[in-house]
Ligand binder design. Structure first.
Ligand code: CUK
Ligand code: CUA
Length: 622
């Protein structure tokens, strides 16, 4: 484990080097130093012997790769990249019919905040949600197979950065927008920003049976930027909070213009009330969506003033408080849900913005916490005792503190500039304590250099001792905006896909493989198995597909190796396509044979001793 070395001057570096130099040449037999035994015990803490499994899954955002990265904790081994918003030839994602349709032609995404599905406020290990800031989408992954099941485009929203966080029983996922735009993305001059632009929030539901997401309704909030949100818990379960910035409604040079006012707001809303509004018809139908306009359909939404340009807002595990952190104000502010609800009942307001009442700051704020020299607080996580861990972006550390007293309990430096951190079972009503991982934006000097740009880093911190201790570090590229850490035994993966006799594309018996022609459509009902393809069982050459130029080709492929980890690939050389069929899976690739000629086809996934023989030909007659 690399020791934290603060940036030092050249002279100091020289002195340090000299110390190391002389230390290396000390004449005595090497003694075991306290440092050595600490490193040894740290190594043991993260060592997961071969054959044993990690205790937690870490599901980390892949940032503008658009993917999810799966790691094991405490080993910090990267196990899998799961494609979500971006095509991935390694798994054929975005090439087969279903995933290609889901991606809708987009070739990248910007995945920021993953959220696990919850039951009674606890991770249930079933689904993982994620949002795409780059192309305004939301996705859901099934954790039986770690595959993306559904993607929706979020209308009227540009960059649902302020998400995804689910309510206690995954009733909703709220997606507020980062960039305000006119409703319907129509053209409107920036001179008319305050009148024409809106920051739309979407309430998204998820049907577990059908594995489909849907937009239940939207709220046309003021044209501000919505940054982060969190759902209430336990007594505050019907509420949710989100931070705002640019309440100045600046339309240029936001770096300066969006930081003018001393205060921005936290939007506090009661989603049960909004749900009721929708049921009572208190909404307008706009662009095919049920849209609540707060200035017209009043109630359920409130503003809480907060130190300017806040970033994170996090609800404590007991659901009693929410904590906002300011990028520009070096403070964490603890607010009380109970006080907020009381203030709302007493109409303890100080004016309104866009028809939304502003609750008096003094009525809701419980304490402001400004630890000395702790700069750039961004996001907060919690342990089993409700202690808070806030990432300090500027002073590059994690600060442990007590939300009930404001007292600083411990600080640990990280390399460098942590954005979020993620605690074990961190977003649940009962975090585990034990581990927290700093998701660092800068990793210089941490790993072997690969040139001017480095990966980001994730540093594992042990919380079991008196002091927080960094015990492991792993590169991640890009970019760990946020992650979820869940007890491994909560996730129940399957080892093969079940036979689905109702699937008309499936072929489970070798003799049933066939090629069906309908005009210029060719449907191949084929089989992949160790170590051959069978496209037409009755043909002289069963592993050959012959079509005419211009034919529309559908290749339905079933992997009949019902055997864990025997995955086959299917690629046609020169046709720019590659799909995979996992054990028992049925998959379809659809394309037009627009190039005449002779094209070898082959299995891309090394599946057996005779994998190299798993080939055939795709012949296209001119
Ligand atoms: S954000 Cu705060 S550091 Cu959650 Cu997209 Cu990256
Ligand atoms: Cu099938 Cu390689």
């Amino acid at each position: 484990m690399k020791k934290w070395i603060p940036p030092v001057s050249g002279l100091l570096t020289g002195l340090l080097a000299a110390t190391v130099f002389f230390a290396d040449f000390s004449p005595s037999t090497p003694a075991v130093t306290a440092e050595d035994s600490k490193n040894k015990s740290n190594a043991e803490k993260v060592y997961v012997p071969f054959g044993e499994k990690d205790e937690y899954y870490l599901m980390a955002s892949g940032g503008h790769s658009g993917q999810m990265f799966i790691y094991g904790v405490p080993s910090m081994r990267h196990i899998r990249t799961v494609p979500v918003f971006t095509p991935d030839p390694a798994t054929g994602y975005g090439y087969d019919k279903h995933s290609k349709e889901m991606l809708g032609g987009f070739t990248w995404g910007d995945l920021h905040h993953p959220a696990l599905s919850e039951t009674n406020g606890d991770y249930d290990g079933k689904y993982l949600f994620a949002t795409d800031v780059g192309n305004s989408r939301a996705a859901v992954l099934n954790l039986e197979t770690f595959t993306t099941k559904d993607i929706i485009n979020v209308p009227n929203t540009s960059g649902p950065h302020c998400a995804a966080f689910v309510t206690e029983n995954t009733e909703y996922m709220f997606l507020p927008t980062r960039f305000a735009v006119p409703i319907g993305h129509e053209y409107a001059s920036l001179d008319d920003y305050s009148e024409q632009y809106r920051g739309v929030m979407s309430a998204v539901t998820f049907d577990q049976e059908k594995e489909k997401m849907d937009i239940a309704y939207q709220v046309a909030l003021p044209p501000w930027s919505y940054d982060l949100s969190d759902a209430g818990k336990k007594s505050s379960a019907d509420w949710a909070v989100m931070t705002t910035y640019n309440t100045e409604e600046a339309t240029t040079n936001l770096e300066i213009n969006a930081s003018q006012a001393d205060r921005d707001f936290i939007v506090l809303f009661n989603w049960r009330e909004l749900e009721k509004k929708i049921a009572d018809g208190q909404y307008d139908e706009v662009t095919g969506q049920k849209m609540i306009f707060p200035e017209k359909h009043k109630g359920g939404i409130y503003l809480v003033p907060v130190a300017k340009s806040p970033h994170g807002v996090d609800v404590t595990p007991d659901g009693k408080h929410f904590i906002a952190s300011g990028k520009l104000a070096p403070a964490m502010t603890v607010f009380s849900f109970e006080k907020a609800i009381e203030a709302i009942e007493n109409q303890d307001f100080a004016g309104e913005r866009n028809g939304i009442p502003i609750i008096k700051y003094e009525s809701v704020m419980e304490r402001e916490v400004n630890p000395e020299n702790a700069l750039g607080p961004l996001h907060t996580q919690f342990d089993e005792e409700g202690m808070a861990y806030t990432t300090m972006f500027i002073s590059s550390e994690i600060l442990k503190w007590n939300p009930a007293t404001g007292e600083t309990l411990d600080r640990v430096p990280v390399q460098y500039s942590p954005g979020h951190s993620v605690a074990a079972e961190g977003d649940t009503v009962a975090p585990d304590g034990k581990y927290i991982i700093a998701l660092n934006k800068i990793a210089k000097d941490s790993y072997l250099s690969v040139g001017p740009s480095h990966p980001e880093s994730m540093q594992l911190i042990d919380l079991s001792g008196d002091k927080m201790e960094v015990i492991q570090s792993a590169p991640v590229n890009p970019e760990p905006h946020y992650a979820q850490m869940i007890k491994a035994d909560k996730v129940k993966t399957i080892s093969v896909y079940d036979k689905d006799e109702t699937n008309k594309d499936a072929v489970y018996k070798q003799e049933d493989a066939k090629i069906v022609r309908k005009g210029n459509e060719v449907h191949v009902y084929g089989i992949a198995m160790r170590s051959k393809f069978i496209f037409d069982a009755k043909a002289e050459r069963p592993d050959v597909i012959e079509v005419n130029k211009g034919d529309k080709v559908y290749i339905h492929l079933t992997n009949i190796d019902f055997d864990q980890d025997i995955t086959h690939g299917f690629a046609i050389n020169g046709y720019d396509l590659n799909i995979e069929v996992q054990p028992g899976q049925v998959n379809t690739v659809e394309f037009t044979a627009d190039k005449a000629g002779t094209f070898p086809l082959y299995c891309t996934n090394f599946c057996s001793a005779l994998h190299q023989e798993m080939t055939g030909y795709f012949l296209v007659k001119p």
